[in-house]
Design a binder for this molecule. Structure first.
Ligand code: HEC
Ligand code: HEC
Length: 157
C-alpha cells in the first residue's frame, strides 16, 4: 500500500513541476482569475486604422491590414474586400491589387479570377490592434541578421 502511494507520488511529481513551469511561462489569455470563476470580458482593443502599409517581415508574409474591416461582409454572395482590392476596382479605390498568387490554385494553374483558396482573406490577412503583446517578440529580420549595423530603427510594428 505504502509503496503504491510512493510510486504514484513519483509519477505525479514531474507532471506537477512541468505544470508549474508552463503556468509561469504561458501568459493566460483570460487573466489571473481561476477558470471556474466567471469574470467580465476585458474591453476590446483599439484597432490600428492609420492606413500606413506595414513592412513585411519576410517577402511572402501576408501583409497585415492597416485599415478598419468592421462590418465588411464575407459570405457566399459577397466579399467586401474584393470591392476595393480586385484588379478592376483599384483605380477607384487606390487599394493595392491582390497579387498573382491569389489567382493560382494549389497546382499552380492560373485562373481567370480569385482562387477559391484565397476567398476568405482574413484567414491570412489580419488587422492590428494596440494591445500589448502577451509575449516578447524576438523575431529577427533576415536583413538584420546579415547586416545588423546597416538597419534603420524598426518602426511601431
Ligand atoms: C474601401 C476600400 C477597401 C476595402 C473594402 C478593403 N480595403 Fe484593404 N486596403 C484599401 C486601401 C486603400 C489600402 C492601402 C492602405 C490604406 O489606405 O489603408 C488597403 C490596404 C490593405 C492591405 C495592406 C496591403 C499591403 O501591401 O500592405 C491589406 C492586407 C488589405 N488592405 C486587406 C483587406 C482585406 C482583407 C479586406 C476585407 C476584409 C479589405 N482590405 C477591404 C482599401 C480597401
Ligand atoms: C492563404 C492565404 C491568403 C489568403 C486567403 C489571401 N491572401 Fe492576400 N496575400 C497572401 C500572401 C502570402 C501575400 C504576400 C505574397 C503574395 O503576394 O503572394 C498576400 C498579398 C496580398 C496583397 C498585397 C499584394 C501586393 O502585390 O502587394 C493584398 C492587397 C492582398 N494579399 C489582399 C488579399 C485579399 C483582398 C484577399 C481575399 C480576397 C486575400 N489577400 C486572401 C496570402 C493570402
Amino acid at each position: 500500500m505504502k509503496r503504491s502511494v510512493f510510486a504514484a507520488l513519483i509519477s505525479i511529481g514531474p507532471c506537477l513541476a512541468a505544470g508549474a513551469i508552463f503556468a509561469q511561462d504561458a501568459p493566460r489569455l483570460r487573466g489571473p482569475e481561476p477558470f471556474t470563476k466567471e469574470t467580465p470580458a476585458p474591453p476590446m482593443q483599439r484597432q490600428v486604422t492609420d492606413d500606413v502599409r506595414v513592412r513585411r517581415n519576410y517577402p511572402d508574409q501576408p501583409p497585415v491590414i492597416p485599415h478598419s474591416i468592421e462590418g465588411y461582409a464575407m459570405d457566399l454572395n459577397a466579399n467586401k474586400c474584393m470591392s476595393c482590392h480586385a484588379r478592376k476596382f483599384t483605380d477607384q479605390s487606390q487599394a493595392p491589387m491582390i497579387s498573382v498568387t491569389h489567382y493560382q490554385d494549389r497546382d499552380g494553374n492560373t485562373l481567370g479570377g480569385l482562387a477559391p483558396r484565397r476567398y476568405v482573406c482574413v484567414a491570412c490577412h489580419v488587422p492590428q490592434t494596440t494591445a500589448r503583446p502577451l509575449v516578447e517578440n524576438v523575431f529577427t529580420d533576415m536583413d538584420e541578421l546579415a547586416e545588423p549595423e546597416r538597419q534603420p530603427e524598426r518602426g511601431r510594428h
